[in-house]
Every structure is written in C-alpha cells, then in structure tokens.
Design a protein around this ligand. Structure first.
Ligand SMILES: CC(C)(COP(=O)(O)OP(=O)(O)OC[C@H]1O[C@@H](n2cnc3c(N)ncnc32)[C@H](O)[C@@H]1OP(=O)(O)O)[C@@H](O)C(=O)NCCC(=O)NCCS
Length: 241
C-alpha cells in the first residue's frame, strides 16, 4: 500500500539552531558535503544542506534505513534518483530549495516533483511569463489585478517546475507545451505532449507565509493517493537515525 502515499516535507531554514547545522551536514554523503562547500553564499549552502538532510531523513522515516546510508545517481536527463540501498519498491525522491526553505517529496514507484519558491524574491520582470508560460496561463495572469500577479506568477512557476521535475526532463521540456489553471487546479497539454491530465495529482502548499510550494505526482489513480505533508524541525529530523 506504500505506493498510495506521497510524503511532502519541508524545513524552514530560519528555525534551525546554529548548533544543529554540523549534525545535519553529517547526514550528507561525501560528494554532497563537497558540493555544499562550493556555494558562494552561506544562505545557499544552508538551504542545500537542509534539502539534502531532509531528503535523507524522509528516506529514513519511510524505510527505517539510516539517513547517511543512501546513495543517489543521476539519470540520463540529470534527474537524481535513489540508487542504493535496495528497498522493496523503487523509492522516488525529489528535492527543492529556495531562500529560507528546503523541501522534499518522496513516494514509491511514481514520478514525483516538488518546487518551492520565495515570495519575496524580486518582482518578476515583465515578459518572463510571455517568454515561458503557455498563452492560457498568460491570459489568466493578465486578468488579475496587478497586486495579485506576483503571487499567481509564482504559483504557476512552482507548478510548472514541479511537473517538469517529475517528468525529469529539465528544460528539455518546452514550458509552454502545458498549461495550468489554479482554480480548479488542473493541467492541460498541447499536441507536443502525449500526456494524460487524469494521471496527475497536483497540490499547492504554503510552507511559510513567504513561500509557495507545488507537488506533482504521476499516478494511475490520483484520487486514491494520501498526501502526507509535514513541516519538519531540525530536532525532529535529527531524531531519525
Ligand atoms: C534543475 C531544475 C530541474 C530545477 O531547478 P530549480 O528550480 O532552480 O531548483 P530546485 O531547488 O527546485 O531543484 C533543484 C533540485 O532538483 C533536483 N534535480 C536536478 N536535476 C533535476 C531534473 N532534471 N529533474 C528533476 N529534479 C532535478 C536536484 O535534487 C536539485 O537539487 P540539488 O541541486 O541540491 O542537487 C531545472 O528545471 C531548472 O533549472 N529550472 C529552472 C529554470 C526555469 O527557467 N524555470 C522556469 C519555470 S516556469
């Protein structure tokens, strides 16, 4: 029955005590720790460490296998996948980090993607939606009062990123080949994508007042899936082995 669950965890980086960071970093693999060292800004490094510790914690909670035991490998499109140790099903993990929040989505077997964005990032430059979004999405944005557009833009953005990350093709997937509506939350595909809207589950979440998060899960029966959302603290995360 585990394939009917998806776990979405996030960590508000501002809540992490200074003293917890070494223990969180110790959960990471050697290559992840080396990558963390290469970030220029401390806030980027901390969000990276938080996301990777969070993903490992989610795997530990799901399986009972220790956080540090997990290894990852990128697929042909560069999407990191769980490579080891062996588990009874194929574990699927996706991570996202932005200023202040790290997020992880975990399930078994099914394509999953997560994206989190910071609402206080600089207002989106004019024309970005026109360049990247589908015409139907641009029309929805244009119909909103100007004060509501920044938030709605980031809602679309996170949903589009979560979908692209779930299918794993990165930017090889034209972002205007699929279009979301926010209310009701739904996706439509154009002729370039032979995908089926009825096989997708999407969620919009609000991990903090300053962040939006989107989840995308491909599943044969989306209505049957239990979405388990959890705001984690560093202490809770470190309580897993
Ligand atoms: C890499 C990409 C998959 C997501 O990048 P992002 O949104 O900047 O970053 P996020 O923090 O949400 O996600 C990064 C994580 O996704 C995972 N990831 C990397 N490549 C991936 C891929 N091809 N598919 C799915 N997940 C991927 C990794 O775990 C990565 O974390 P890490 O760098 O700490 O190892 C890619 O889609 C991208 O560069 N997108 C941004 C470009 C853009 O213009 N988007 C417009 C949206 S409308």
């Amino acid at each position: 029955m585990t394939a009917q669950r998806v776990a979405v965890w996030w960590l508000d980086v501002s809540t992490v005590a200074e003293t917890a960071w070494p223990a969180l970093a110790a959960r990471l693999g050697e290559d992840e720790r080396a990558r963390a060292q290469r970030f220029h800004f401390d806030h980027d490094r901390l969000c990276y460490v938080a996301a990777h510790a969070l993903g490992r914690g989610a795997l530990a909670a799901w399986t009972g296998i220790a956080s540090h035991a997990w290894a990852f490998a990128a697929d042909a499109f560069g999407k990191p996948e769980v490579a080891a140790p062996a588990w009874r099903g194929r574990l699927r993990l996706n991570l996202s980090h932005t200023r202040g929040v790290a997020a992880a989505a975990l399930c078994e077997e099914h394509d999953v993607g997560v994206d989190v964005e910071w609402l206080e990032r600089r207002p989106v430059e004019d024309g970005l939606a026109q360049r990247f979004f589908a015409p139907a999405e641009c029309a929805q944005l244009a119909a909103l009062p100007p004060a509501a557009r920044h938030h709605a833009f980031l809602d679309f953005w996170t949903l589009k990123e979560a979908y692209v990350k779930a299918i794993g093709k990165g930017l090889a997937q034209p972002l205007d080949s699929f279009a979301f509506t926010l209310d009701p939350l739904a996706i439509a595909f154009d002729d370039r994508l032979s995908d089926d809207p009825s096989r997708w589950l999407f969620r919009r979440l609000r991990p903090t007042p300053s962040h939006v998060l989107a989840l995308a899960l491909r599943h044969p029966d989306p209505a049957s899936v239990a979405v388990e959302t959890r705001a984690m603290s560093a202490e809770e995360l470190l309580a897993y082995p």
